[in-house]
Design a protein around this ligand. Structure first.
Ligand code: CMC
Length: 434
């Protein structure tokens, strides 16, 4: 990993000093600044971590300029075309594509860890029916450590495996329980004979009183599988960094994942898929697009074009390209030729924004969330559940990143410093003198 050092000069003292440069497989090298404070007595300052690598990782690679995304070296386009979410999950967790027997064993393990402890289900009764599902899901995932504390020795590789399989297998069951609670319907138990996405759809949409009334539509399951592949991991984004930071203290992994779910919820991150549909509904009609584009460009207006822009992608988000194609196919098949006004509106909005100098100059392109909500909506999933769907898929990425961090001998507790801008030392004043 080491490369030739990088020389810097302190212009005040004239002293030169060296920082170690480290080079990865592909992508920019990094300067190891861990000795900077000790040598020079200064911290670095990088709001939003735009120039900071927080770890070394062998899981996911993004080239934002070229619009490239790879899991373990495999381009996302190839995985989207040829793989399944279960296979991708194995790849992310274990580093290689599975053999047939490895895949079967992994699939079997996930299918047989889907049930929740019955007492666990009682948590949902404590929530008001209109609680946001992300609030329920992040809350109950944190509670998993109270149920599965027998296998949270983070130094034990078997425990780490059990945790990874459990969280991945149970997160759809938890999501479905949150959804059923919001409807006031009875919870539907998982069915081990169904594949991951079909099982999820069945738990969401079947109703115990109407036996046989719901059959999983293979097009829906396929669409969900693709969305999950695309959302499975995304390098050191806000929620993944949150999982790593929380996990770096040695806390149990369920708590770390719960922290990640909370971070994902925000509209600048995973909450954007819900915000996009809200925005499209508010725009309502193509004739209003220019008004909203003007608002997005107005510095004095807090409105942003949701589903547009990305910290890393400055050319295109490859996931958005794949989802846009999927939208055409899914809407055609699921809506059987009916009008799809929100999709039409989204396509028109994209075309207008992409020709606008503001969006061109700032490299703002549709991101993964611009179109994902349209597919979720076509599958019958309500808006409030969109970010939960993102969380289900990303759980495997969080687990993979957490496992990598725990095993990395260089890992330390995450503990950033600050530029202090408060008052310098002063003396306490008795209340009568203030
Ligand atoms: N609409 C209008 N202007 C925008 C937008 C937008 N969606 N995104 C960025 N800008 C402008 C922003 O005002 C700023 O302008 P200026 O330089 O004049 O101040 C410039 O572009 C750079 O924006 P930034 O906020 O400094 O960029 P960032 O890298 O910190 O933020 C972002 C990235 C994704 C948070 C932001 O583009 C955004 O808020 N987009 C809308 C929310 C969204 O779609 N989020 C989903 C991200 S993809 C899913 C995921 O992986 O989380």
């Amino acid at each position: 990993m080491s490369d030739k050092p990088y020389s810097l000069k302190n212009t005040e003292s004239g002293a030169e000093f060296e920082l170690q440069r480290r080079t990865g497989t592909v992508g920019p090298s990094v300067l190891d600044i861990s000795s900077l404070y000790g040598k020079q007595g200064v911290f670095t300052y990088d709001l939003g971590f735009g120039s900071t690598a927080g770890c070394s990782s062998a899981i996911t690679y993004i080239d934002g300029e070229q619009g490239v995304l790879m899991y373990r070296g495999y381009p996302i386009e190839q995985l989207a075309e040829q793989s399944t979410f279960i296979e991708v999950a194995f790849l992310l967790l274990y580093g290689e594509l599975p053999t047939e027997s490895e895949l079967n064993a992994f699939d079997e393990s996930i299918r047989t860890h889907t049930m929740l402890h019955e007492s666990f289900l009682r948590f949902f009764n404590g929530f008001h029916h209109d609680a946001h599902p992300m609030a329920m899901v992040s809350g109950v995932v944190a509670c998993m450590s109270a149920f599965y504390h027998d296998t949270t020795d983070i130094q034990d590789s078997a425990d780490r495996d059990v945790f990874s399989h459990r969280i991945m297998a149970k997160i759809p069951t938890i999501a479905a329980a949150a959804y059923k609670h919001s409807l006031g319907q009875p919870f539907v138990y998982p069915k081990n004979e169904l594949d991951y996405c079909s099982n999820l759809l069945n738990m969401f949409f079947s109703v115990p009183a109407q036996s046989g009334s719901y059959e999983v539509d293979p097009v829906s399951a396929e669409a969900l599988n693709l969305l999950f592949v695309l959302h499975a991991d995304h390098e050191q984004n806000c929620s993944t960094s949150t999982v790593r930071l929380a996990g770096s203290s040695g806390t149990n992994p369920y708590s770390a994942i719960s922290a990640g779910i909370s971070a994902l919820w925000g509209p600048a991150h995973g909450g954007a898929n819900e915000a996009v549909i809200n925005m499209l509904e508010e725009i309502g009609n193509a004739k209003n697009i220019n008004k909203y584009i003007a608002r997005a460009k107005d510095k004095n207006d807090s409105f942003r074009l949701m589903g547009f822009g990305h910290r890393v992608y400055k050319n295109h988000d490859p996931r958005a390209t794949i989802i846009r194609q999927m939208c055409h196919r899914v809407l055609e098949k699921l809506d059987q030729g009916e009008d799809t006004p929100l999709f039409e509106l989204a396509l028109e909005l994209e075309q207008i924004a992409l020709k606008d100098s503001y969006f061109i100059e700032k490299n703002l392109y549709p991101n993964v969330d611009f179109y994902s909500g349209i597919i979720y909506q076509a599958l019958g999933i309500p808006k409030a559940m969109f970010t939960v769907m993102f969380a289900i898929a990303r759980t495997v990425g969080w687990a993979a990143q957490w496992r990598e961090m725990v095993r990395d001998p260089e890992s330390r507790i995450g503990r950033p410093r600050q530029l202090y801008i408060g008052r310098a030392q002063r003396d306490y004043q008795p209340i009568a003198d203030r």
